[in-house]
Structures are given as structure tokens and as C-alpha cells.
Ligand binder design. Structure first.
Ligand SMILES: *[C@@H]1O[C@H](CO)[C@@H](O)[C@H](O)[C@H]1NC(C)=O
Ligand SMILES: *[C@@H]1O[C@H](CO)[C@@H](O)[C@H](O)[C@H]1NC(C)=O
Length: 542
């Protein structure tokens, strides 16, 4: 994990920052979704311009073909049915009637309900754009009071295929009108399921890339303390025997989600999910979130309770209206005869292009604002913290963001409804000039002592060794990833069996004497068995 300094005494550096923001008026009064802005096909694409984009739509399917990929969607539901590439009929795992290679789902319920996950089905198919350069399709559904069992949202799923681009773009517009029923939505996401028989190597960052166990191995394994964690006891590939598989071990902070995917060795190709921006994601750049996991599965997460709990539920009360655009996310496909690293590198180049092109100019919905409708804020951030320096210091490598004004209970960290715009860069371009902005660190009188570094990471604290019975071997010998191992919380009770830790100021060392997470202390006769049946019989002392 990368250390994020908010102030660096050794290398003071100027940090001009530039942020893009949606014009407030546009955010508060969204225009009609279908008032398609003049579409201007972007010069995106990794491949030389080739065939024109062709749309074929029939009773059950709509297919867009650009000579590189052929994307098939169910009509009018808008599920991703097929993706043909390099002679492979479908690089996705689709099994009718209800297992699709790609879908958008919402986990929700009415207040007090048990919660359910709904794969949102379109009911109306509309061709938004159809030119030789670009096709954009809409699969929309309109909620009505007679559909009480369906999530109270109007949903418009939009797919774009462009000439010469090896992949497709997907965005989703969700909207609640004023007066609609109360609801709690704890998750909005896109799910992609690359073909099981092909994609076995997962790559979610420069550092985390590996061969993965098979989904079947989880079925034959031993369930651990929660259903996501499984000890692989008889995997198909013996190399995975005795390892813990747990999708949470591959989570990354939202700012690190721009490129992730899977690689197939036969035929050699990559399936990538590119998220060029985090502006639509809940909770800001430091919110950890799932990436890809055993399945194979790859996710584009927009909102979820992961790592934060109930604070991240999108709650609607008293008929509150809402509208948000999730995406566009790009699905990118590449193929080359060389190795995994080459596929990753090429996908990374594509990701960088997409980031450069953001905000896109080719999106038809007026709810997605192109660059011309966005403003820019620039300035310089200083930190005034008398404990560290008598004069304000330039904030080095700080994350600077714009979000809706917080309330007493909701800061940007818990904001799930608005957009957020973050940067760490110093790009040019000024419209709203703030000049220097000084952040006054809250210190009530002289500071006598501090534990750790206030940098939104727990890197500096003590991370225990995992129980050797429950390891993920991939993370052994990677000190920065040690915290990902399963069951570390139980080590706390072994270190402090009777009482919680005591930290003596001036004597204790937070690298050794401060546990990296604040955990509950489990009190069992033995902490060696972390299986779900055994574990549930333990009780917790607070
Ligand atoms: C605290 O412990 C770490 C890890 O053992 C060590 O590197 C560091 O020098 C210690 N710091 C102090 C002030 O003793
Ligand atoms: C842990 O306990 C469960 C239930 O009692 C048992 O089935 C399992 O074999 C035990 N696992 C280990 C590694 O001891």
C-alpha cells in the first residue's frame, strides 16, 4: 500500500491543484435524459479505424458490431449476453435464462426489510445514436406505484460501441422522482463474468496479479468465519490447497480502481474493466472497495456498505428525489502473443487514454456533462498545523476534493448521493481561482503526544502474522499487503488474552504496540480454528 503523506517535512513542494466540477445548476436541475446532446465520436481507440459500426436488433437481442468486437445485449432487458472477440464466440459466461455475462444490480429494500439484490431489467429499447462511427443504445425501465416489489428507480442502461475501439462503454442513469416510496439501497454496481474456461489469471494493480483458484474450489472447501472466506481443501490445482480464498483480500481504495481484469492464456487475451473517473463513486478516493475475485468476476462498484457499514446505505425518506449517472465504465479487450505483463501494460495505456479523455465528449445523455459544461477550480493548499511547523506548509501530494457541503452527520466520506471530484495533479486551467487555501489543522492547545500519522492509512501500526493454517500464500513476503490476510483480528485476542492493550506514552512504540485495527476481542478456549461453525460458538467481550 502506498504511503499517502499529507505533509512531508523533508520535501516541501508546491501543490497547485485543479479540479473539475459539474456546474451546480446542472446538478440540481437535471435535464431530460433523452435530449441527446450532439454526439461527437471521440478519437478513442487502440486500433486503427476499421469497419463501420453496425447495429442489428431483433425481438430478443440487439447486436453491435464494429469489426473488432461484437456486443450482444438482451432486448429489452439490457443484460450483456455476449461479447465476441478474436474468433471467440463469447468471452463472457452466460447461461440462460438468468445468468448473464454482465449486469447492473441494486441491493435494496423498503426500510426494515431483509434486503434483496435485483438485477435491473429494462423494459424499453431505444436506439439513441446510430452512425457509422458510433452506436448508443438505451435499455430503460420506468418505475410505477404498481411495481412495489421493484426498486423504486427509473433506470436507463446505456451502451456505446465506437468505430475502431476494442471494447464498449457502459453507463447507467438512475432516478427517483419526488414522492416515491422510502427505500434503503446499500449497493449499486456492474458485474462482469469473464468465461470460466479461459480466464484464470487476475490482475487488479501493478502489484497484485496472480493465477486464481477456480470457483469450484470454493464449493469443495471449508467455510470460514463469514461466507466469503473459504479454506481451499481440495482445489483442482493442488498449488492452492491449504490457502484461504476471500474476495476482500483483493480490495483497493477507489482511487486505485481504474484498471482491473482477467487474462486468458488460451487464447491469449485480456478482459479489462476501466473506470476512468471516481466522480460517481460513493465515499471518496479512500473508500476501500472490491475489485475482481474468484469466479472469475470483475466489478465496477458505485455504492456499497463495504468497510463502512450502515453509514453507506443510500437512504431515501419523505419522497426525496435523486438522480445520478454511474459511469461510463469501459470494457476493453486486448490480445497479443506475449505474456501477462504485456497485456497488462497495453491495458494500462488504454486506461491512461480514457482518463485523458474524461469527461467524455461522445456520451449522448444530457445528464452526463461533457467538459464544456463543467467548471474548474484551481489553487494551492497549505496546512497550518502549529504542532508541526510555526508557519503554514505546502500540502505535498494531498488529495484535494470537491463534494456537496457536508452536514453534521454526513461528510464526503459517507456521502453516497452526490458526485465528488478529486485530484492530486497540477494540471493547468483556471476558471474559478481560489488562490492559496490554508487548512487549519484542528489542535486544541499544545499537543503533548500523538500515536501514528494522520494520513488515512494504518501502515505504521502493528500488523500481526497470520495464523499459518489460514494464509493466502500470494501475500506472503509482501509486508505492505500483510494486512490483507484472513483472520488477523483473532490474533489480537491471542496477544491480549485478558485485557486490552495499554500504550505507554514515551515508552511504547506504535509500530509494535498499537494494533493496526480496532477489533472486538474474541474469547474462545482456542483461537486456532477459524471455521464458521466453531467461530460462531465464541462469544465476544467488548
Ligand atoms: C519502533 O519500532 C520499529 C519497528 O520495530 C522500529 O523500526 C523503530 O525504530 C522503533 N521506533 C522507536 C522510536 O524506537
Ligand atoms: C474447525 O472446527 C470445525 C467444526 O468444529 C471442524 O469441522 C474443522 O475440521 C476444524 N478445522 C480445523 C482446521 O481444525
Amino acid at each position: 500500500m502506498e504511503r499517502k503523506l499529507i505533509w512531508s517535512p523533508s520535501s516541501p513542494c508546491l501543490l497547485p491543484f485543479t479540479l473539475c466540477l459539474l456546474l451546480c445548476a446542472a446538478y440540481l436541475q437535471p435535464t431530460q435524459a433523452d435530449a441527446a446532446a450532439g454526439t461527437n465520436p471521440a478519437p478513442a481507440g487502440n486500433v486503427a479505424p476499421s469497419c463501420d459500426v453496425k447495429l442489428t436488433s431483433g425481438k430478443d437481442r440487439a447486436t453491435i458490431d464494429n469489426g473488432i468486437i461484437e456486443l450482444t445485449l438482451t432486448n429489452p432487458e439490457g443484460f450483456v449476453y455476449g461479447l465476441k472477440y478474436q474468433g471467440v464466440e463469447n468471452v463472457l459466461e452466460t447461461h440462460e435464462p438468468d445468468d448473464f455475462g454482465g449486469y447492473f444490480d441494486v441491493s435494496w429494500d423498503h426500510p426494515g426489510g431483509e434486503g434483496k439484490t435485483e438485477q435491473v431489467k429494462g423494459t424499453k429499447f431505444t436506439v439513441i445514436t446510430e452512425t457509422a462511427d458510433q452506436v448508443e443504445l438505451s435499455f430503460s425501465s420506468t418505475w410505477s406505484s404498481s411495481s412495489k416489489e421493484l426498486v423504486p428507480l427509473n433506470v436507463d442502461k446505456r451502451f456505446i460501441v465506437q468505430k475502431g475501439v476494442s471494447g464498449f462503454y457502459w453507463y447507467v442513469i438512475v432516478e427517483r422522482l419526488k414522492g416515491w416510496p422510502d427505500a434503503d439501497m446499500d449497493q449499486h454496481r456492474m458485474v462482469f463474468r469473464p468465461k470460466i474456461s479461459m480466464f484464470k489469471y487476475m490482475a487488479v494493480s501493478d502489484d497484485i496479479q496472480r493465477m486464481m483458484p477456480a470457483y469450484k474450489d470454493r464449493m469443495t472447501g471449508q467455510k470460514l468465519a463469514y461466507p466469503e472466506a473459504v479454506l481451499l481443501t481440495s482445489p483442482i490445482e493442488p498449488e492452492f490447497k491449504g490457502e484461504v480464498d476471500d474476495k476482500y483480500q483483493y480490495s483497493l481504495e477507489m482511487k486505485d480502481h481504474r484498471l482491473k481484469g482477467w487474462i486468458s492464456d488460451d487464447p491469449k487475451m485480456g478482459f479489462w474493466v476501466i473506470s476512468p473517473s471516481e466522480e460517481y463513486a460513493a465515499g471518496g478516493p479512500n473508500k476501500p472497495e472490491l475489485t475482481c475475485h474468484c469466479g472469475p468476476i470483475c466489478l465496477a462498484m458505485f455504492t456499497s456498505m463495504h468497510y463502512a457499514g450502515l453509514d453507506m446505505v443510500t437512504e431515501y425518506r419523505n419522497g426525496e428525489p435523486w438522480k445520478k449517472v454511474f459511469g461510463p465504465v469501459m470494457v476493453y479487450l486486448n490480445s497479443m502473443s506475449s505474456d501477462h505483463a504485456a497485456l497488462w501494460k497495453d491495458a494500462k495505456t488504454q486506461m491512461e487514454k480514457e482518463v485523458q479523455n474524461w469527461p467524455y465528449s461522445f456520451v449522448a445523455s444530457a445528464d452526463y456533462l461533457p467538459a464544456a459544461k463543467r467548471g474548474t477550480v484551481s489553487g494551492q493548499l497549505l496546512v497550518d498545523d502549529k504542532f508541526l511547523s510555526p508557519t503554514p506548509k505546502e500540502a505535498c501530494k494531498a488529495y484535494v476534493g470537491l463534494a456537496l457541503p457536508g452536514t453534521k452527520d454526513v461528510s464526503w466520506q459517507f456521502d453516497v448521493k452526490g458526485y465528488q471530484f478529486w485530484t492530486q495533479t497540477d494540471e493547468k486551467g483556471n476558471e474559478v481561482k481560489l488562490g492559496p487555501v490554508t487548512y487549519k489543522a484542528p489542535r486544541n492547545g499544545p499537543t503533548l503526544w500523538e500515536i501514528g500519522i494522520p494520513d488515512r492509512s494504518a501502515d505504521e501500526f502493528f500488523v500481526p502474522d497470520p495464523n499459518p493454517k489460514y494464509i493466502n500464500r500470494y501475500f506472503i513476503g509482501k509486508p505492505n499487503d500483510k494486512y490483507r490476510q484472513y483472520g488477523l483480528w483473532a490474533r489480537y485476542a491471542q496477544l491480549y488474552p485478558k485485557n486490552d492493550l495499554v500504550f505507554d506514552i514515551g515508552v511504547s512504540n506504535y509500530s509494535k504496540d498499537w494494533f493496526f485495527a480496532h477489533v472486538l476481542r474474541y474469547t474462545c478456549s482456542s483461537l486456532d480454528n477459524l471455521s464458521s461453525t466453531y467461530f460462531s460458538s465464541c462469544f465476544i467481550r467488548l
